[in-house]
Design a binder for this molecule. Structure first.
Ligand SMILES: [Cu+2]
Length: 130
């Protein structure tokens, strides 16, 4: 189930205009398609493991909350550059656990921890700037 949810999240982020246009990072979408094909020749049981082959990057960012979707479990941040991932400043949606979407408010200036996998990311911690 985790793989399916991740795929949906990646698709959602890919459709988010800001990221796709400003950054050169359609890598995750391509990797997701290529990896299962490669696994096909071997053990079908490995297919669900394919996404973890994309290396995740843990990074810190700073930005402003521009939207929160508790139903979808996403938080949209207008964030500054993230050198760890060679990302420019942009506005994009991240996955986020309820503890994070509940704690944040639109307009908050925040520091956040994020785990990036390809063009998708999940905010794992958030702190309102004093
Ligand atoms: Cu971004």
């Amino acid at each position: 189930m985790h793989y399916i949810r991740l795929t949906i999240a990646l698709g959602f982020v890919a459709l988010t205009a800001a990221c796709g246009k400003k950054a050169e990072m359609p890598v995750a979408a391509e990797t997701n398609q290529a990896a299962p094909a490669a696994a096909m020749s071997g053990d079908m049981g490995n297919m669900a493991m394919a996404p973890s082959a994309t290396s995740a990057i843990k990074a810190k960012g700073h930005g402003t909350v521009t939207a929160i979707d508790k139903t979808a479990g996403t938080i949209t941040l207008n964030h500054g550059p993230i050198p760890e991932a060679k990302w420019p400043a942009m506005t994009m949606a991240f996955k986020a656990a309820p503890a994070i979407t509940d704690a944040a408010k639109v307009g908050d200036k925040v520091d956040f921890d994020v785990t990036l996998t390809g063009s998708a990311g999940e905010v794992t911690a958030i702190h309102k700037q004093p």
